[in-house]
Design a protein around this ligand. Structure first.
Ligand SMILES: Nc1ncnc2c1ncn2[C@@H]1O[C@H](COP(=O)(O)OP(=O)(O)O)[C@@H](O)[C@H]1O
Ligand SMILES: C=C(OP(=O)(O)O)C(=O)O
Ligand SMILES: [K+]
Ligand SMILES: [Mg+2]
Length: 580
């Protein structure tokens, strides 16, 4: 027997059903529940009768309506923030650049998470470097609760600790000034509290391969030291460029103007990382971001591991934050399901002035290889303390949007800052403004077109999406709809950065949550059958029923159903429809 839901009632179906109140409640209709029976029709919607044994009674016309609506039952609509944005700003005004927030003590209360969600957070990031398992678990559950209870669609990302061997600590809770010419001891010895002019390294073998005369650069240039003596495993150093030591500062070793690359034994994925990953899988996270990936191997390793898990598919992102990762950039991007340009550590490993060019290069290669890319770290760093950003920060954010990055990320601004929500609204406004300018300048026309697919099947899908995006722009359609099972067609469309929003209809929940990261894609969940026409019909009915498209709107529908689903052959199509 079909379940009753609010949508069916609104559609005016006549029926008597067993325990429908339960179903009504579940579908958000807000009825009391006592296993009673509800009689619903156009006029007496939701009236509760007492103790009537229920038999479905549906007349023929309603039966047809019901049959058609059945597919909508399990549907989760568009997330309420995108829905609101669409209603307020229209199709073109919907923000295409996605926003990631690092969750920390400043925003982990459910009220604060909800405020971030309302301000446009698409993905919540949990940095496993900090805080306890219980704390992370609590945050993930709160986010799921908000998604289920309040209609948000926030994906969850965990970010591994990785083997960060270059972290040093001077023991004091705040920053310490380092004077020119002062002598400091860098040691791996563990001790409590602080000792004058002594810095603890987080990794025992930190000084292996380091020679007298090498430089130690703190946090990408906050201060610089020269190694003047090796004392056992410790290094005695003289400050050559005065500055500041922050708690848990990152350091890199330099020789003759280059970073000293050392083949230390610590693997990209430590034992703690594996345990965090197991935890993330058990909690149903959507993304795992791997820190300090230097080659494709750890990414492949993790993906193999995930493929043995019965759970939903979790997407693996690689963080580009080392010199070595730049040398193996393409293979890492190819192996991953997305990339983070982790400018914090990257700026420690390469000269700062190279960061802008490297960011643009990574963003471009990601688009070429059709992988989403996140620009991270220090976007609005001053907002950790102040309620307005610097003009330079806004310019940096806007540049990332102009480069058509898929997503922007907040770190300390949301995790520990006092103005996390405000920082998010700055990202939101700067994104929308730059997207508007890009459209006015027809910048999408100047994006280079790379051929991605090799097999005929892949090339057809790619060309269909390229053409669909061009058609959508040239005909100024209101929206693009794509039926996609694993998200591939949606991402191929997104890769073209078309002007209208891409509504991706999928029946796979992990696809839905993964598509949250992709530029311009708004995922919706819907039951998909082998009947492509029926799927398209259902998709359009759904958005129509939510008032998202209205009569006269023109939409471009792109569909692909894989051979496994369509009984015979794979087929792709582009259709132009006017909503009636
Ligand atoms: N889960 C957390 N618990 C406590 N503090 C956190 C947490 N996540 C982030 N932070 C704080 O926010 C700052 C910025 O976050 P992030 O950029 O992820 O870390 P990091 O600075 O270690 O690279 C961190 O230095 C830390 O002080
Ligand atoms: C995002 C980064 O990584 P983490 O915050 O984990 O150091 C970074 O280094 O920029
Ligand atoms: K991390
Ligand atoms: Mg990092």
């Amino acid at each position: 027997m079909a379940e009753v839901n609010a949508m069916m009632i609104r559609a005016g179906c006549n029926f008597v059903a067993k325990n429908p109140v339960l179903d009504l409640k579940r579908s958000g209709f807000g009825m009391p529940v006592f296993g009673r029976t509800v009689w619903c029709n156009r006029r007496t919607t939701g009236r509760v009768g007492n103790g009537v044994k229920a038999v479905m009674q549906v007349d023929l016309e309603d039966a047809e309506r019901l049959r058609r609506l059945e597919g909508l039952e399990a549907t989760l609509g568009l997330d309420i923030v995108a829905e609101r944005e669409l209603k307020e700003k229209g199709f073109l005004g919907m923000r295409k650049t996605k926003l990631v927030c690092t969750i920390g003590p400043a925003c982990s209360a459910i009220e604060d998470l909800e405020k971030l969600a309302l301000e446009g957070m698409n993905i919540a990031r949990l940095n496993m470097c900090h805080n306890s398992r219980e704390w992370h678990c609590d945050v993930i559950r709160k986010i799921k609760k908000l998604n289920e209870g309040k209609g948000f669609c926030i994906s969850v990302m965990i970010d591994t600790e990785g083997s960060q061997i270059h972290v040093v600590d001077h023991g004091a809770p705040s920053s310490i000034k380092v004077e020119d010419g002062s002598i400091w001891l860098f040691t791996a010895e563990k001790f409590e509290g602080s000792r004058p002019f002594t810095v603890q390294a987080s990794y025992e073998g930190f000084s292996e391969g380091i020679q007298v005369g090498d430089s130690i650069v703190i946090d990408g240039g906050m201060a610089t030291f020269e190694v003047i003596e090796k004392i056992g495993n410790d290094l005695s150093c003289r400050c050559t460029d005065p500055g500041l030591f922050l708690p848990r500062a990152k350091c890199s070793f330099w020789r003759d103007g280059r970073v000293v690359v050392r083949n230390h034994e610590s693997p990209t994925l430590s034992r703690k990382d594996w345990s965090d990953i197991e935890f993330g899988i058990a909690e149903g996270v959507d993304f795992i971001a791997l820190s300090f990936v230097n080659s494709a191997d750890p990414v492949k390793h993790l993906k193999n591991f995930l493929s043995t898990k019965p759970a939903k598919s979790v997407r693996v992102l690689a963080k580009i934050e080392s010199l070595e990762s730049l040398q193996n950039l393409e293979e890492i991007i190819e192996a991953s399901e997305g990339i983070m340009v982790a400018r914090g550590d990257l700026g420690v490993e390469i000269p700062l002035e190279q960061i802008p060019a490297v960011q643009e290069e990574i963003t471009s290669v990601c688009r070429e290889l059709n992988k989403p890319v996140i620009i991270a770290s220090q976007l609005l760093e001053s907002m950790v303390e102040y309620p307005t950003p610097t003009r330079a920060e806004v310019a940096d954010v806007s540049e990332a949007v102009r480069q058509y990055a898929d997503a922007l990320m907040l770190s300390g601004e949301s995790a520990i800052g006092s103005y996390g929500q405000k920082a998010l609204s700055v990202l939101q406004m700067a994104s929308c403004r730059m997207e508007l300018w890009s459209r006015e300048e027809n910048r999408e026309n100047f994006l280079p077109h790379y051929q991605l697919g090799v097999s005929l099947h892949d090339r057809i899908a790619e060309e269909i999406c390229n053409s669909a995006a061009e058609l959508a722009n040239r005909l100024s359609v209101d929206a693009i709809f794509v039926l996609t099972t694993q998200g591939h067609m949606a991402s191929l469309l997104s890769r073209n950065r078309p002007r209208p929003p891409i509504f991706a209809l999928t029946d796979d929940d992990s696809t839905r949550m993964a598509l949250n990261l992709q530029w311009g894609v708004f995922p919706l969940r819907i039951e998909l059958s082998e009947d492509i026409e029926a799927n398209i019909w259902r998709g359009i009915e759904l958005v129509k029923s939510k008032g998202l498209v209205k009569q006269g709107d023109s939409v471009l529908v792109v569909s692909e159903i894989s051979p496994a689903r369509a009984a015979s052959m794979a087929s792709q199509s582009i259709q132009l429809k006017t909503i009636v």
